[in-house]
Design a protein around this ligand. Structure first.
Ligand code: PXG
Ligand code: PLP
Length: 450
């Protein structure tokens, strides 16, 4: 190519923005974005900087993942050192020491009994892996008729076919045909008529768990392998489980031999005030999926935490045979493992996995002070996560909240919106003054949007 016309060189020479045609952006209104791009170029601690050099307070931990804040030195160094020392090691029939170390470290902070760890590269893959473990486990324990999977309306479990099949967000499902067969959904727990503006866990709705009994009555438990739910539904707009709901779901699953999977991709790693939401709510599932905060968002990684006896049920055939035909080229990638260990070190050194518990009350007070602002129809919170739901503009769902997002960004605070709910999930290192900054910026944007 004629060097003078090489777009990359031209860009470097002129400092112009890169061409934007080739990149098909995920979960983005591509045409709208490319007309007015929002580019981040640097991050440290609680902040981003954009391509104009403006500082932006991060009120969502990137995308619910940077729980220790950005560019933490220990994590940066671990990734740099690992990249130089060993870039990749095959994970099938071979391994490297840090994979074992990270698995042990995860088992140590997981709810008691969930001490076996299978690695993936994202939350979606963790969910896919957990569903496959559940189905295969039912076979290896001699319950091969248990093939059905149950999700929940409004659930988000990622974007692969298993994930959207058990997921319950119509926009993520409607374009993709029949998905996987044999899936049902229990009803969601959202009940604004009775529970709007609940502080922490809502009072009403534990009986929503009884919907599982309806599906047992329809299919018979002998055909059901597992139920998957988010302990706190994040993506769908921060839905907090009603008091007693998760306990009741656990009890019904146990009674019928159905595995209970908690999808803790968002709630894992301190978001609710304990390492896992299972601990916050005092309910132990059979499997936990996690990702995001596992490496502080620095290297893609997911994991499934598995009850030991479920794992052990696979370890029965001839020793030279592969027990579970599943795995990814990048399972337990060395960079991800190095990042994960350094992340858990950082969490431990700074007490971050329980820090949200101490900040929760002040955070709750701050977000609930938005009650009464224009168009705020509900505020929901637990730990360091909150949803502020707005009345939609007539006939234009999601538009009002997106306007609020843009306004906050212009004021130097990055929130996230999902539908007409503004979601807050700041890094767990946040200081009270920054909680005030987020809430007051949001208040101004809500008033301007009215
Ligand atoms: N399960 C849950 C509960 C999640 O929140 C996934 C699975 C999928 O993880 P990956 O790593 O494959 O994206 C998630 C991811 C949002 C939003 O703004 C949330 C997620 C992803 C994208 C957007 O609500 N959570
Ligand atoms: N497609 C092809 C042709 C492959 O060879 C592989 C892995 O070897 C995959 C897909 C799966 O890739 P991954 O292991 O990164 O999920």
């Amino acid at each position: 190519m004629n060097q003078a016309l090489d777009p990359a060189l031209l860009q470097a020479a002129t400092g112009a923005a890169p061409a934007m045609d080739a990149y098909w952006m995920p979960f983005t209104a591509n045409r709208q974005f490319k007309k007015a791009p929002r580019l981040l170029t640097r991050a440290e601690g609680m902040h981003y900087w954009d391509d104009q050099g403006r500082q932006v307070l991060d009120a969502v931990a990137g995308l619910w993942c940077v729980n220790a804040g950005h560019a933490r030195p220990r994590i940066v160094k671990a990734i740099q050192q690992q990249a130089a020392e060993m870039d990749f090691a095959p994970p099938f029939q071979m391994a490297h020491p840090k994979a074992f170390e990270l698995a042990e470290r995860l088992a140590a902070i997981a709810p008691a009994g969930l001490n076996r760890v299978f690695f993936s590269n994202s939350g979606s893959e963790a969910v896919e892996t957990a569903l496959k473990i559940a189905l295969a486990y039912q076979r290896v324990r001699g319950e091969a008729s248990r093939t059905r999977l149950i999700g929940r309306e409004r659930g988000y479990h990622g974007v692969n076919f298993g994930s959207i099949s058990v997921g319950g967000i119509v926009g993520n499902r409607k374009m993709f045909g029949a998905m996987i067969a044999g899936v049902d959904h229990i009803r969601h727990t959202h009940d604004p008529a009775r529970n709007a503006f609940s502080v922490g866990q809502p009072l009403h709705g534990a009986d929503a768990a009884d919907d599982l009994e309806r599906l047992v009555a329809l299919h018979d438990a002998s055909n059901i392998a597992a139920v998957i739910v988010e302990p706190v539904a994040g993506s769908t707009g921060v839905l907090i489980p009603p008091q007693g709901y998760l306990q009741r779901l656990r009890e019904i699953c146990t009674r019928h031999g159905i595995l209970l999977i908690f999808d803790e991709v968002i709630t894992g790693f301190g978001r609710t005030g304990s390492p896992f939401a299972a601990q916050t709510f005092g309910v132990v599932p059979d499997l936990i999926t996690c990702a995001k905060g596992l490496t502080n968002g620095a290297v893609p990684m997911g994991a499934v935490l598995v009850r030991q006896d479920i794992h052990d049920a696979f370890m029965t055939g001839p020793e030279h045979l592969i027990e579970f035909a599943h795995g990814y080229t990048y399972s337990a990638h060395p960079l991800a493992c190095a990042a994960g260990i350094a992340t858990l070190d950082t969490y431990a050194e700074e007490g971050l996995l329980t820090r949200a518990a101490g900040l929760a009350q002040g955070f709750a007070q701050a977000v609930h002070s938005l009650r009464g602002e224009p168009n705020v129809i509900d505020v929901r919170n637990i730990g360091l996560v909150a949803g502020i739901e707005l009345a939609p503009l007539p006939g234009e769902p999601a538009r009002r909240a997106f306007g609020v997002f843009l306004d906050c960004l212009a004021q130097g605070v990055m929130v996230r919106t999902t539908g007409d709910t503004v979601a807050l999930s700041p890094p767990l290192i946040i200081e009270p003054a920054q909680i005030t900054q987020i809430v007051e910026t949001l208040r101004g944007a809500l008033r301007r949007a009215a």
